[in-house]
Design a protein around this ligand. Structure first.
Ligand SMILES: Cc1cn([C@@H]2O[C@H](COP(=O)(O)OP(=O)(O)OP(=O)(O)O)[C@@H](O)[C@H]2O)c(=O)[nH]c1=O
Length: 623
């Protein structure tokens, strides 16, 4: 159903309907929108004569209603909503604007004017997005109106009075309610019926599409004027979590469990009767695609090594140590080791013991240097933000000091403070990339161990909830809390479609280094620790450990290197990446085991968790 994802955009937002109209409430809740009702106190007394058209008046009134509620909630209750919806319905006939009648005589005057004539019903709507910036309310208002033509039959005086005495006209614009007794007065309607009732739902959905899925150039030509455009700009609906399309072959589980697990009509595979988990074929892992995606990092590493003149340093026959190379080319030892590791894996350098030898790239070096030396516009050729980060300067010591480690801002993870992730589009692209990457291995990660003994889980740094959704799907009794930075949680609605399994998933915006952690039986740190240097990892694990009761679990998932000698290329590239972005580093299994044990987790088990990933599960021992 195409409309669902549009309203789904508001799913994880605090939406307020600034209206006392029971009709508006019904129309929107019937459509599946979740919202709070806070009637507006704005007095509908704008000077009608000052508006060029009746609909301009309705739109302005709708806007003022919504803004009044937004600022009241912000000031008094200190709970700034994300979105406030305001609406105003008026009837326009022969240049006159009719609102709600003040008494029966007024209703009679209105109905008499409409008698036997065609009139217009306008509803103005304002969608106000609210942001709290340093205690101040900031708003972005989107507004529109819808017009519907309504024709009344010739009605007798007796009928009009009978209708007025029914009481129905009193709280309705123009003095009638088309959805009830007033329907008998109407000969025909041209346009959106719900617009007359009080809320133009169809236009509202189109507006949301416009706001949340701005059309791309090509789409504009394809989209028909009167249609709701396709809404899968971010993801193909088939690809949206919970929208798997393989038929279910069920072997066990009550219908309640199935409903809770969201397996009906949705996920592929079968239920494993032992632990209620879904089993079944996994989609193929796009290894070669990922290699292509990472291709730019490989060439960037090569260019960087060229520009730093690493190959010149190594052109003699004498092998050199990473420490010496670092000193000659003036980069940190840590950065040099990783860069040299990558070069060795790429066959650009030969390694002997802990030293490096030049390989045979000499004759091609000029060409490589030219390509890597400003001839390519990094921003235009490869619009990947990490690419820009991987510049030579990132490897250089800051301020000429001999620091043992590259210094980068790390308080907190500078995700959206990063200059390359400033616009909403950039952020969405980044969060989308993390979401898609995470989704590739969620099934393997959550089934690496049987997690059914746990009743609650907390996925720290769980991003858009891809893993949480799979956990909930696989373990129908598990309640999952996802903790991530507000900048990420804000975008969850773009990537998560509502579904039964999401009913047991909760999102908590916060910084896991600082804010208190939710209580849970199982904590998960999936592909988190490699992003951080040792002191931060120690701090985080100690916080997790003190939140755990004895018997609680800690699941670590990482692209763990086999050993110092056998490092898969992907791990090395990630290692370089996390060094440049957050100062993190890769660790081997023994390192992670030691970390778990040091923080009170025993009985550490190890299992593969998808291509290149290893999962470690430790159990908190008694204090
Ligand atoms: C023509 C027509 C109107 N209405 C109702 O008329 C009120 C308009 O007044 P409003 O000022 O836009 O809204 P309100 O009810 O005062 O609520 P609020 O949004 O708080 O100002 C709304 O209720 C509408 O449904 C019907 O129920 N059926 C109809 O056929």
């Amino acid at each position: 159903m195409v409309l669902c994802p549009v309203l789904g955009k508001l799913l994880h937002k605090h939406v307020v309907l600034a209206s006392a109209s029971p009709r508006r409430r019904e129309i929107l809740s019937n459509a599946g929108l979740r919202f709070e009702v806070v009637p507006s106190k704005f007095k509908e007394k704008l000077n009608k004569a000052s508006f060029p058209t009746p609909y301009a008046y309705a739109v302005e009134t709708a806007k003022q209603k919504a803004l009044e509620v937004a600022s009241r909630l912000h000031q008094k209750d200190l709970r700034t909503p994300d979105v406030v919806i305001g609406a105003d319905t008026i009837v326009a006939v022969s240049g006159l604007i009719l609102e709600k009648p003040v008494d029966k005589q007024d209703a009679y005057r209105m109905l008499s004017r409409l008698n036997g004539k065609e009139h217009s019903v306008f509803t103005g709507v304002a969608i106000v997005h609210c942001y709290s910036k340093e205690g101040q309310l900031d708003t972005e208002v989107s507004e529109f109106y819808e017009e519907t033509s309504v024709k009344f039959s010739e009605l007798s005086e007796e009928l009009l009075w009978e209708y007025i005495h029914s009481g129905e006209p009193m709280d309705k614009a123009g003095g009638y309610g088309i959805q009830a007794l007033g329907g008998m007065l109407v000969e025909y309607v041209r346009g959106d019926f719900l617009n007359v009732v009080g809320f133009p739902l169809n236009h509202f959905c189109k507006k949301l599409v416009e706001l949340y899925y701005p059309p791309r150039q090509g789409d504009l030509q394809r989209a028909r004027q009167d249609s709701i455009p396709p809404v899968d700009t971010f993801e193909n609906p088939r690809d949206v979590d919970g929208a798997g399309c393989m038929p279910v072959q069920r072997t066990a589980g009550s219908s309640k469990d199935r409903a809770e697990a969201g397996t009906d009509h949705q996920a592929g595979g079968t239920l494993d009767t032992d632990c209620n988990r879904m089993v079944g074929p996994l989609p193929p892992f796009p290894a070669s695609l990922l290699e292509l995606v990472d291709g730019f990092k490989v060439s960037k590493a090569l260019f960087t090594a060229c520009r730093l003149k690493v190959f010149d340093v190594l052109k003699g026959e004498v092998p050199q140590k990473a420490e010496d190379i670092a000193s000659i080319v003036d980069i940190s030892v840590c950065g040099a080791k990783r860069l040299l590791d990558v070069c060795a894996t790429l066959g650009l350098l030969e390694r002997s013991e802990r030293e490096m030898l030049n390989a045979s790239i000499g004759t091609h070096k000029r060409m490589i240097e030219m390509r890597g030396d400003g001839q390519i516009d990094e921003n235009t050729v490869l619009e990947h933000k990490v690419y820009v980060l991987c510049s030579t300067s990132s490897f250089r010591r800051r301020g000429g000091q001999k620091t043992p480690h590259i210094q980068l801002p790390m308080e907190p993870f500078p995700l959206f403070q990063n200059t390359s992730l400033q616009t909403r589009e950039d952020k969405l692209q980044f969060v989308g990339a993390m979401h898609s990457l995470g989704k590739l291995t969620t099934r393997q990660v959550v089934t690496a161990f049987d997690l059914s003994p746990f009743a609650s889980a907390c996925d720290l740094g769980g991003c858009t909830g891809a893993l949480a959704r799979e956990l909930s799907r696989q373990y129908p009794r598990l309640k999952v809390t996802v903790v991530d930075l507000p900048d990420i949680i804000e975008h969850v609605f773009c990537f998560q479609r509502d579904g039964p399994e999401m009913a047991r998933v909760r999102f908590q915006a916060g910084d896991f280094f600082r804010d208190s952690l939710p209580k849970a039986d199982l904590y998960i740190l999936s592909r988190v620790l490699h992003d951080w240097p040792d002191d931060r990892v120690q701090g985080l694990l100690s916080r997790v450990s003190s939140s755990c009761r004895p018997g609680a679990g800690l699941l670590l998932v990482e692209a763990i290197m086999d050993s110092e000698e056998r490092k898969p290329r992907a791990s090395l590239m990630w290692s370089l990446n996390s060094l440049l972005q957050t100062g993190g580093r890769d660790r081997c299994v023994a390192d992670y085991r030691a970390l778990l044990e040091q923080h009170g987790f025993g009985d550490v088990q190890e299992a593969p968790a998808g291509p290149g990933l290893t999962a470690l599960l430790g159990t908190r021992v008694g204090q």
